[in-house]
Design a protein around this ligand. Structure first.
Ligand code: 5AD
Ligand code: SF4
Length: 472
């Protein structure tokens, strides 16, 4: 184990004797599943340092608060600054409290500058490339008690993956489900997106390493894995791989994981339409372990906007691809991301977005108002759309897409879906069906972590309600 973790463990043992309890830590995660996965790694470090992980932010007796942040939209950043205001009051009451900020927002230079200038009480700022250095940074700060900022992009210099990924060293949130990183970073440079700047160039993990992790997870009781990458379809397309044709490597990765004994379900996120291969569609259709759900961000339905976004597909290509997938994999749930109000978007452009929504009929969607990100090409595009126009379009989009999502969800009523149960909430169990539908259901016996056949009796827009077929 990291020697800094051992040093911190010793310090924390002494503190435990003084405090009469374990030192406590809170980790707050903003943003996407990549961040959730990174937090699982950070939490494992924190536990190994001798902290007790707690959840209650109002608690005053806390020794460490770590915020793992997101930079994709401005409001995610504003929420972090807001949270820092609250945390400052905690620190005033308890000067021994250490505060650390990490993740995509922290990776940006202008954020580090703001923290330096206006948030001197933050002890450590570290970016996405320094994840593994957290124990060293915390130890150094405890000894020297000076603000540390580590946001160097070490990728180029060392030519290595930004993080090591042994699952053994993670604090998995669910016993039966795990994330596996398959790529890091992104090479697509969509004009609105900050990710390529804060997560670096795309790097693919070697196939053998991914398989080893899947096997170890299966041995540890995991039945469902979710493969993570900004663009999983380009897995194996990087310069080191020699994959013969675009998309082939990802399809064969899925087949290899499907061969791992014990893994019963495979999910993946996110797919870029431009790299989605016929082989992938075949694997989704033919491999029972690969879930019948595809998240395929369209971003906009207008070819002109897509071109300015640097998405590298047209409206017609997107529709053709989506309909091809739906007919090749009957019952598949197709979900998407849509941005409203990208610079230069006209009413006619927006109508194209609504047109695609009506033609493709998504089972779910994340809808976003365009957020200007400093350092991205689109931030300097002329004709940014006025906020009131964007808000109106956003409302219109929801009024078109939500009834479609409801209709698609409603199609599942009367079906019996196999649900992997995540948690119990009040009297209801909650879990996900193969097609990623969220299912709330009743059962007379405890079934968290199990597969349960659920008869669907009712549909809401964003989830289904049912009852276990075999009670107990
Ligand atoms: N503004 C709004 N939405 C964005 N996304 C990425 N960058 C921005 C931005 N600047 C959305 C995209 C992407 C999802 C993860 O976040 O739809 O697919
Ligand atoms: Fe951002 Fe585009 Fe890369 Fe997705 S594919 S992370 S939207 S640049």
């Amino acid at each position: 184990m990291d020697s800094y973790i051992n040093n911190l463990l010793e310090i924390n043992r002494e503190r435990q004797a003084e405090l009469g309890r374990s030192p406590r830590a809170i980790v707050r995660t903003f943003g996407c599943q990549m961040n959730v996965r990174d937090s699982e790694t950070l939490e494992a470090m924190i536990i190994n340092m001798g902290f007790e992980l707690i959840n209650d932010e109002n608690e005053t007796d806390i020794e460490l608060i770590l915020l793992n942040t997101c930079a994709v939209r401005e409001n995610a950043e504003n929420r972090v600054y807001g949270r820092l205001g609250t945390i400052k009051r905690l620190k005033n009451k308890n000067p021994l409290l250490k505060i650390a900020l990490c993740g995509c927002m922290a990776q940006q230079e202008h954020v580090a500058d703001t923290i330096k200038r206006h948030y001197a009480f933050v002890d450590i700022v570290f970016g996405t490339f320094a994840l593994q250095k957290f124990p060293k940074l915390l130890y150094t700060n405890l000894i020297e008690n000076e603000q540390i900022i580590d946001i160097k992009n070490s990728q180029g210099a060392e030519g290595v993956l930004p993080q090591a990924h042994s699952h053994v060293f993670t604090h998995r949130h669910l016993a039966k489900k795990a994330f596996i990183n398959i790529t890091h970073g992104c090479d697509n440079f969509c004009a609105y997106c900050i990710v390529p700047y804060v997560r670096g160039r795309e790097v693919c993990r070697p196939l053998e390493e991914i398989l080893r992790e899947a096997r170890e997870l299966a041995k540890d009781g995991v039945v469902e894995v979710c493969l993570l990458g900004q663009n999983v379809n380009s897995y194996g397309n990087d310069k080191n791989s020699g994959a013969a044709r675009k998309g082939l490597a990802f399809a064969s990765l899925l087949k290899s994981i499907a061969a791992v004994k014990g893994i019963e379900r495979i999910r993946f996120m996110t797919s870029h339409p431009k790299d989605l291969s016929d082989e992938l569609i075949d694997v989704i259709a033919s491999e029972p372990k690969v879930c019948k759900h595809l998240h395929l961000p369209m971003q906009s339905g207008s070819t002109a906007v897509l071109t300015r976004m640097n998405r590298r597909y047209t409206k017609e290509q997107y529709i053709e691809l989506a309909l091809k997938i739906k007919s090749a994999v009957p019952g598949i749930a197709l979900t998407t991301d849509i941005i409203v109000g990208f610079p230069g978007e006209t009413d006619a452009d927006f109508e194209h977005t609504l047109d695609v929504v009506r033609k493709v009929r998504f089972a779910g969607a994340f809808t976003f108002i365009y957020s200007k990100r400093e350092g991205t090409p689109a931030a300097s595009y002329e004709d940014q759309v006025p906020a009131n126009v964007t808000r109106e379009r956003f409302g219109k989009l929801l009024s078109v897409i939500n009834p479609i999502i409801y209709e698609e969800t409603r199609k599942r009523t009367g079906n019996t879906l196999r649900v992997l149960v995540d948690e119990k909430n009040g009297d209801m169990y909650k879990g996900r069906a193969d097609n990623n539908a969220l299912v709330h259901f009743t059962n007379t016996a405890d079934c968290v972590g199990e597969f349960v056949d659920v008869k669907i009796t009712q549909a809401k827009t964003f989830y289904l309600i049912g009852e276990a077929v075999k009670q107990g």
